[in-house]
Design a protein around this ligand. Structure first.
Ligand SMILES: NC(=O)c1ccc[n+]([C@@H]2O[C@H](COP(=O)([O-])OP(=O)(O)OC[C@H]3O[C@@H](n4cnc5c(N)ncnc54)[C@H](O)[C@@H]3O)[C@@H](O)[C@H]2O)c1
Length: 444
């Protein structure tokens, strides 16, 4: 499955697994081990879109005895399209791997679930749950999976508002207490070049500033169809609604912000910034901005200048740079240089892996061995919250502290999930949605 998202380098297939940066691995108790008497690790997929299809393929391509046993999606057509892609005769084009995974798919009609409650029916049937819906649903789906004692692979971001972040943090504690493995699709943590740079980060001394970019043309639009309810329309065109997507600073730029938090070893303490929408102004562009620029400040006074833009015809750049007292880490170039530009370390990109596959290789290997190795939810919640803080400052135009933001009680979600229920934001009589105005919009 080709992901919608541009990456900086073409990944070459490499199955080597690097243990650096992983937790030590205590063995799991019986209740955490996968339940299949025949040693089959059963998987349920919740959110059968582009990424869900890719993640399911990657799970089924691992060396373990994995079977997809249940699928859940809000929409039947999305579920069917995913099911058909997974059952393709040949996956070469989608995955680079010859052959197919048909014998690993066991999802009869009675284990295909559709609608807002579909996740509740699919999750109990599995040992491992893949959560790949739009991020607005992640907190409730993650909570359900951990309540049901399942290991989890979930995509980033892990929420769209601070109330969702708090739920994810509480659930992360539960997952730890139950020793349930949780991997989050911030795949740079599973990418060989980033892991090698991270191991050598002390070569640049103390990190004093950083830059992060996700600048490109933007993503798909699903136009309104005449017979849709407002809820169905927003669910189909989810990228453009903050309760579902979080805005593109949260949805995509999180990858770059997360790298800086990872190398800094924590999240910023405050932020200020600016943003708006200059080009993406149509009725089908919902309420999100097309550019954000944020200055995040960490507790030690160091600053991250972060920018993301979705405007066709402008410079494309997806990258991170960290500057220290002795040199720089240039993630895109996969190298570390001193103050004069002399290369101190250059990663050999021939050894680069496909981190999307490695995430699943490592997760399923741990589960099969009965190991507890991954607890990514907390770190991912922190990076998601950093992106949400960025959005709060660009929408409001104010300086906002981390504690204010996370404790703001901002909850963007509807009280009821139903096709006829009103979503939290609705268009005016001309079909346009309210847009945040810095200086006027309050951050809560
Ligand atoms: N790590 C990466 O590089 C990467 C790449 C692509 C996408 N993603 C992430 O994956 C997630 C999904 O993105 P996508 O591109 O696959 O979107 P998509 O629209 O292709 O798929 C989302 C699917 O979820 C379904 N869905 C929506 N609400 C649901 C609900 N309440 N219950 C069940 N199903 C529901 C939709 O109908 C759709 O089929 C996003 O969080 C995105 O950020 C990550």
């Amino acid at each position: 499955m080709k992901d919608n998202y541009t990456t900086r380098r073409d990944f070459v297939k490499n199955t080597s697994i690097i243990a650096g940066g992983l937790m030590t691995a205590p063995l799991l108790g019986r209740s955490n081990f996968f339940s299949g008497a025949d040693n089959v690790i059963k998987v349920a997929l919740v959110g059968c879109g582009g990424r869900g299809t890719g993640a399911a393929m990657q799970a089924l391509l691992t060396k373990q005895n994995v079977k997809l046993v249940a699928m859940a999606d809000a929409f039947r057509d999305r579920l069917d399209s995913c099911y058909n892609q997974l059952n393709a005769d040949d996956l070469t084009e989608a995955t680079g791997v010859k052959g197919n995974i048909k014998n690993r798919i066991d999802v009869p009609e009675e284990r295909k679930f559709v609608g807002f409650d579909a996740y509740k029916k699919a999750i109990p049937l599995a040992d491992v749950v893949i959560l790949t819906t739009p991020p607005g649903f992640r907190p409730i789906h993650f909570e359900e999976a951990i309540n049901m004692n399942k290991h989890v692979f979930m995509e980033k971001p892990v929420a769209t508002d601070p109330v969702g972040i708090k739920k994810v943090l509480e659930t992360a504690e539960q997952a730890k207490a139950k020793k349930l493995n949780v991997v989050v699709g911030l795949q740079r943590h599973f990418q060989n070049s980033y892991r090698e740079l991270y191991k050598r980060k002390d070569l640049i001394g103390d990190i004093t500033s950083a830059q992060a970019w996700w600048d490109n043309d933007g993503v798909w639009v699903n136009k309104r169809k005449y017979n849709q309810t407002e809820m169905e329309y927003q669910m189909r065109n989810w990228y453009y609604f903050v309760w579902l997507c979080g805005d593109h600073i949260c949805e995509q730029h999180i990858h770059n912000i997360d790298v800086i938090n990872w190398f800094k070893g924590g999240h910023p303490v405050k932020a200020q910034g600016m943003g708006g929408r200059q080009v993406r102004k149509g009725k089908d562009h919902g309420e999100i901005f097309d550019h954000h620029y944020v200055e995040f400040q960490y507790a030690d006074g160091s600053v991250l200048n972060s920018q993301c833009r979705h405007i066709p015809g402008t410079m494309s750049k997806v990258d991170e740079l960290l500057c220290g007292t002795k040199g720089k880490i240039q993630c895109g170039a996969a190298n570390i240089v001193d103050m004069k530009g002399k290369v101190l370390f250059q990663y050999d990109t021939k050894a680069e892996n496909n981190p999307y596959q490695t995430e699943h290789d490592e997760l399923f290997a741990a589960i099969a061995k009965g190991q507890y190795k991954f607890s990514d939810a907390e770190m991912s919640a922190s990076s998601t919250m950093t992106a949400i803080l960025g959005r709060m400052v660009t929408y409001s135009g104010q300086v906002i502290e981390w504690e204010q933001a996370i404790n703001s009680g901002l909850d963007l979600h509807p009280k009821v999930y139903d096709w006829n229920a009103m979503p939290p934001v609705v268009p005016n009589e001309d079909g346009y949605y309210p847009i945040a105005t810095p200086g006027v919009t309050k951050y809560v």
